[in-house]
Design a protein around this ligand. Sequence first.
Ligand SMILES: [Mn+2]
Length: 311
Amino acid sequence: MYKELLKKIREYENIAIYRHIHPDGDAMFSTLALYTFLKHNFPEKKIKLGGNDEFSTITKKHRISDSFLSKALVIVLDTSSRNRIDDENYAKGDLIIKIDHHPIVDQFGDLNYVDTKTAACCELLADIFFSEGFRKLKLSKKVCEYLYCGILTDTNTFSTTSTTWKTLRVASVLAEKGELKISDLVNYLNDLDIDLYQKVTEIRTYLKIEQKFGHITLDSKQLKEIGISPIKAKDNIEEIGHIKDLNVWAFATQVEDGTYAVSVRSKRGYVINKICERYGGGGHACACGVKQLSKNDLRSLYSELIELSTK
Ligand SMILES: [Mn+2]
């Protein structure tokens, strides 16, 4: 199934790896896993990590010249559509391969490997590494750790509706092959320093509940008072979902240009991506987002989510 992918990897001397803008854990860990896997197995190849946006503590990235790209195989991970790829230069590659788990909206690759049943791009990547052909290559402890961490972040520690027995099986094989210290990895991802812990306590006080919809909405002034960036603040969206009665919840922050970026989540099968798409956003059925919303548009999106939450 992935023979053609391996053939193309073997064929190219230059390989560039990209992921989506505002990368999350799955985007970062999948690119790091693929990068490290290729480095170990094809030391003679030139492999580069693309993308401009940073992800908290992991900031590894390379400068990629046009001349490098013109002869390169470009692999884009965890990204559903071309306008979400971090760095439009990706298109200068000689051959583009998409590897993703989001609902299909834009098959921008010359080759597209999409499995919407996997809970994380890292789960799909692990499936690929376990497949015939790839199986014969070296799978290091580091690569297993990256993949496991990506699965943990996208499944919110195996708790999302996208998590299946296959996700757990893949995680289990990774844990075995990499001899992973499971609790250490969970601590690495989830532990907060005391300063951030206190900021999160403050953020919680902004929660508003309307029907079975809950949201935290922070404007620039409030973010400044708390002393937290819009992206870091929004990391706390999953917390709201722990409130028993809520079906749908959102976290919105005002960004530099004055507009709002909102992440939306749901449980019990409430489908939210169709609503978000009407506002120019998108994503999974139970986890998606919209950017560049005016205050009025944000309010009108909330009204639709409130209505949905009571159905
Ligand atoms: Mn993902």
